[in-house]
Write a protein that binds this ligand. Sequence first.
Ligand code: SME
Length: 150
Amino acid sequence: MDRQAITDAILALTQGETDTVALMATVVCEIHHHHDFADWTGFYRVVAPDLLKIGPYQGGHGCLVIPFSRGVCGAAARSGRVLNVPDVDAFPDHIACASSTRSELVLPVWNGAGKLLGVLDLDSDTPAAFDRDDEDWLVPLLAQVFEKAE
Ligand code: SME
């Protein structure tokens, strides 16, 4: 897997774009099709205080609504921290949209003004699919892509 190639494609495709949904759709598409372990890839958007709603995604259908109090996505939104869950069965309150999911990586996404836009949720059917390299790669990439988003 060539993370630099995914980065290059995302930056080229999103150059000058500030629409949040357009950016999310493009990021999801590139990661989903080029990351070796991404079996469900999508954004949940902050739509009200403490409430996430499904955004652009690829894979099987996702849950439509996740409160900040629920699941890995809610925990990432609530805490503002990246959550790498190597075994979803060991995570209390994991929301199983797909029973095939074994591990996941959820990253909070802010714009340049510090507004929390949502979370990026990478789900994999492979146990412990995501590693520190994924976090170190995606955190700065998301900050760059969504800097001017509203
Ligand atoms: N994995 C998430 C739920 C969303 S779906 O699996 C698409 C969670 O527990 O927050």
